[in-house]
Ligand binder design. Structure first.
Ligand code: ADP
Length: 308
């Protein structure tokens, strides 16, 4: 059985359920968690492991129950004695535009590196892929960064493929420079890089695919998969350059999790032995489906009516 570890934060999500009644609907989401859910739903034969920290409160219990319900492994989910999960709320304005408010500065997930010891590293070293994102990097406490990069070096040396998606969120960083420094380290380590053109434009001010490809010519990746929204996906690998077109979706409802669900489809398909272009084609279909539904996670029955 293939084994993938996904490192980052899952948060409590609050979304307006009814403006009139002043009620909020509570669920859970977070970029690497979203990726994990779609990957496991599509490729049940793959072991999908969350690497994160939660608390001992009832929300944390519910979060772990959800991991279990989605068949995600929690052997690397740590329980902080004194921290609780991060929280965010989504508000819709009159025009249907979304805005996000976060309470995550002191979340349990930020302290995840404090829990990772030799036995955890030994287990993860047996895995096939380790995935993290620019959000995961922003969440790791600055004081734990050295330990994090040492950990990455150890698992990479053991033969685990390192996969990384940029997911730049300015508010997680004290400056653009700080984020850039961490991202450059990720590019040095990563075997599979899955950036979106928009994120790349926001952080490195390169806003077209050819400049992004040129930028990465200095790195030793195996697979570079550049997500270019509704247009296409550029893939660079030993096969050279392959471009896969996207069939644009007409009724986009909510683009939350487009890139995350793409990553789940792509990484799952690659682990299952599909070619790069087959994996991108599946990833495009999954992301195209997810953006026709509200929220990060499409409910299980709706999703399985289209996939499987
Ligand atoms: P992110 O910024 O979250 O990484 P992108 O906008 O690059 O997301 O989109 C991720 C993926 O979602 C794309 O590679 C594509 O597969 C799919 N996608 C995004 N927008 C559309 C659209 N309008 N129609 C169809 N698919 C889309």
């Amino acid at each position: 059985m293939k084994n993938i570890y996904l490192f980052g934060e899952c948060m409590i999500e609050l979304m307006s359920a009814s403006k009139e009644a002043n009620t909020l609907k509570q669920s859970f989401a977070g970029d690497v968690f979203n990726t994990a859910v779609y990957l496991k739903r599509l490729f049940n034969d793959t072991n999908v492991n969350m690497v994160t920290a939660v608390g001992k409160d009832s929300f944390s219990e519910d979060m772990i129950s959800l991991f279990n319900a989605e068949n995600l492994s929690s052997t690397q989910v740590f329980r902080s004695e004194n921290k609780i999960p991060g929280l965010y709320a989504i508000e819709l304005d009159e025009q249907g535009e979304r805005s996000f408010t976060y309470w995550r500065n002191d979340s349990a997930a930020r302290s995840v590196m404090k829990f990772i010891g030799d036995s955890n590293i030994a287990e993860i070293c047996q895995g096939d892929v380790f995935f993290f994102s620019g959000i995961s990097l922003g969440v790791v406490l600055p004081e734990d960064r050295e330990k994090f990069w040492h950990f990455i070096a150890q698992i990479k040396a053991a033969g685990v493929k390192i996969a990384f998606d940029l997911n730049y969120r300015p508010r997680l960083w004290s400056s653009k420079d700080e984020a850039q420094q961490q991202f450059l380290k990720a590019f040095e380590s990563a075997d599979i890089i899955l950036p979106g053109v928009d994120d790349f434009a926001a952080i490195f001010e390169l806003d077209d695919v050819s400049s992004v490809i040129e930028f990465f010519s200095q790195y030793q990746y195996q697979e570079l998969v550049i997500k270019n929204g509704e247009k296409n996906v550029y893939c660079l690998s030993v096969n050279g350059l392959e471009v896969v077109d996207v069939t644009p979706v007409k009724n986009v409802v909510d683009t939350t999790s487009a890139g995350d669900s793409f990553n789940g489809g792509y990484l799952g398909a690659r682990l299952a032995g599909h070619s790069i272009t087959q994996s991108v084609e599946l990833a495009n279909q999954v992301a195209g489906f997810v953006i026709q539904h509200k929220g990060a996670i499409v409910d299980k029955a709706t999703f399985s009516s289209r996939f499987n």
